[in-house]
Design a protein. Sequence first.
Lengths: 134, 153
Amino acid sequence: MADLLVHAASAYVAARPLRDHRLRSIVYVGVCLPDLLYKGLLYFGGAPNYLCEPTHSPLGLLPFCYALSLFFEEAWRKRAFGAMLGGAYLHLLFDLGKNYVGSVTLMLPALAVIALVELCTGRLRRRWPLSRPG
Amino acid sequence: MFSNKGYGWKLGAALALIAVLGVYAARKGESINPPLWRCVVEPRRWDNTVLWLPYARVVSVHDAEFEVEATDAKIRVTGKSPVPVGGRLTLRGIFRADGPRIELIASRPLPPDLGRRRLLMEVVSVLVVLVVIANFIRHFAFRPKVLQVEGVD
């Protein structure tokens, strides 16, 4: 969980092209999901470390995302599953560089990326109002 | 697959699969980097196992060995300590039942302000989670009053 700002920044950039704000909010949840599940099982469930490992494996995340997607209304489940899984896989992708992502020095660049994307998309929106997300 | 048909069975199957995967991973991973206290309690069982101590504090330093404290257990380490007494380090080594002791493979000193850095990251991470959850609730929370007002319009 120590590097969630970096993970959130990555999801912020990746989910920016999505026009649906609700879908975007699920991607943000998805990118935090592996750490939330891991720490939840570890600290609140008292589980040993290796029991929590499936939360950080590509196949292990499938049943987690599927079970969570079932709590959405029927029309939303497939999209919720895809968005959550996409976010979670993005988390795993960034965890490949764990030694670097987990560094406190990357927090400022992560904030800078969010600000830069916000600035650029804001300018684009002003220039082409039709590209405003619905 | 995502319909309401057999909802309970689908949810139950997913939860059962999660439990099976967890137990399988726990059994498979039991012998990989076991906690120090387990090795100290059962030295014969864990003899010649490779250990990783992510965080240890040097308690005493001698000529060719030093003693570290990690995860509620103390152990002698054969090798030269990279930090003085009271310093913190991360190390990998082979657990030997005679002693018991650890034969040092590699070690790296940890910065003294690691705790403060870690705390900062944890606080920021918790804030990020709160923002993400608030954003999710904003989009998905059931708000009957809003629906009623929209219904009137």
